[in-house]
Design a protein around this ligand. Structure first.
Ligand SMILES: Nc1nc2c(c(=O)[nH]1)N[C@H]1C(S)=C(S)[C@@H](COP(=O)(O)O)O[C@H]1N2
Ligand SMILES: [Mo]
Length: 315
C-alpha cells in the first residue's frame, strides 16, 4: 500500500539531533496492581442516561497537575483521518457524524459476545475524570481532562476466554458520513490493538467525554480509547467493535508503514521515528519545547509491562 505518510513535522516541532543526548534509563520495576472489579450482572447500574452523568464525575487516579490544554485548541486541532488529513478538517467535517443511536460489537474470544447499545455498555460503569497527557507521533502533546472508565472493567464483564491475548478495536466504517474514507489514505476501517495486559491496565481508559462534556465528534464521539503512555494513534476514536483475539493484531498505521509505526508505539524519546527524532515535543499552546519522557511520563505505572523486552526492536 502506498498510502498516507505524516509529513515531516515543521522545524519548529523539532530540535536538531545533536541537541539531545541519547539517554538510556533503567526502567523502574513498578508493581502494577490491577484493580479487581467484581461486577455481578451485565447491565445493572445507574438509571441516569450516561450523557447526563458526564458533567458530574469524581476525579480519578493518575491525574497530572500540569496545566490543561485549552478546550478550544483541543477541539480544533485534531487527527481524525476519516474526516480529512488536515488538523482543522475534523472539526469542520465531523459534525455530520450521527453518534446516537450507537452500538458496539463485543466479539471474538469472550464468553458473552454480542452487539450492545452504548447505553447498555455504559450503564454499570461509574464515570471519572482522568487528566492525562497525550503525545502525538508528530511531536506535539496536550493535557486533557477526559471523562471515562477503565477499559479493563468492561473487558472483565464480557469475560475473555483463556485464549484471548490481544484486543483489537475498530472505528465506524461509513464513507457516506466519513468523507475521508472515500479515499485510500489508510486501510479502512481504522483499526488498533493492544496486548491484553495493556488493555487491562488501570491507566487504559474508554472515554465518552472531555472537559465535563460529552465528547465532541472531532475528538472521537461517542466512545474512544485513551492510552496515555503510547503515541496518539493508538487512541482510536468512534469505536464500533472490540474484539478479543489470540494473535497480535495489525493496526491501520502499522499496516500502511510498518517501518514507521510499530505495534507497541510506546512513547520513547530514545527510539527515533525514521524521519524525525522523538526526543522533544511541543505542548499545544506553549512556545518552547519539552523533553519527551519515557512512556510519556507514565514509566512508573507501565514499565513493568515490558520487563525484558528490547524496546528498540518492539517499537
Ligand atoms: N479513528 C481514528 N482514530 C484516531 C485517529 C484517526 O485518524 N482515526 N487519529 C489518531 C491520532 S494520530 C491521534 S494523535 C489522536 C488525536 O486525538 P485528538 O484529535 O482527540 O487530539 O487520535 C487518534 N485516533
Ligand atoms: Mo497522532
Amino acid at each position: 500500500m502506498a498510502r498516507y505518510r505524516y509529513p515531516v513535522p515543521p522545524s519548529h516541532e523539532i530540535t536538531p539531533r545533536e541537541l539531545y543526548a541519547q539517554r538510556r534509563r533503567f526502567m523502574k520495576q513498578a508493581a502494577v496492581v490491577l484493580g479487581a472489579a467484581a461486577l455481578p450482572g451485565l447491565f445493572p447500574g445507574s438509571a441516569l442516561a450516561w450523557r447526563d452523568r458526564v458533567s458530574d464525575v469524581a476525579p480519578g487516579r493518575f491525574n497530572t497537575d500540569e496545566a490543561l490544554t485549552d478546550r478550544e485548541t483541543a477541539t480544533s486541532y485534531n487527527n481524525f483521518f476519516e474526516f480529512g488529513t488536515g488538523k482543522e478538517d475534523p472539526k469542520r467535517h465531523a459534525q455530520q457524524l450521527r453518534t446516537d443511536p450507537w452500538s458496539v460489537r463485543i466479539e471474538g474470544e469472550v464468553d458473552r459476545p454480542g452487539v450492545y447499545t452504548l447505553e447498555d455498555i455504559l450503564k454499570p460503569h461509574d464515570l471519572e475524570e482522568r487528566i492525562y497527557r497525550l503525545r502525538c507521533v508528530e511531536a506535539w502533546s496536550m493535557v486533557i481532562p477526559w471523562v471515562g472508565f477503565p477499559l479493563g472493567d468492561l473487558l472483565r464483564r464480557f469475560e475473555p476466554t483463556s485464549r484471548a491475548r490481544f484486543v483489537e478495536f475498530e472505528t465506524l466504517h461509513d464513507p457516506e458520513q466519513m468523507p475521508g474514507q472515500r479515499r485510500d489514505i489508510l486501510d479502512w476501517p481504522y483499526r488498533e490493538g493492544l496486548r491484553l495486559d495493556e488493555a487491562m491496565h488501570p491507566l487504559t481508559l474508554l472515554a465518552v467525554g472531555m472537559y465535563g462534556e460529552v465528547l465532541p465528534n472531532q475528538n472521537g464521539a461517542p466512545l474512544r480509547l485513551v492510552v496515555p503512555w503510547k503515541y496518539g494513534f493508538k487512541s482510536i476514536k468512534s469505536i464500533v467493535a472490540i474484539r478479543l483475539v489470540e494473535d497480535q493484531p495489525v493496526g491501520s498505521w502499522e499496516a500502511s508503514q510498518p517501518r514507521e509505526y510499530g505495534f507497541y508505539a510506546n512513547v520513547n524519546p530514545n527510539v527515533r521515528h525514521p524521519r524525525w527524532h522523538q526526543a522533544t515535543e511541543r505542548r499545544l499552546g506553549e512556545r518552547g519545547r519539552r523533553r519527551t519522557l519515557m512512556f510519556n511520563g507514565y514509566e512508573e505505572q507501565v514499565a513493568a509491562l515490558y520487563t525484558g523486552m528490547d524496546l528498540e526492536k518492539h517499537f
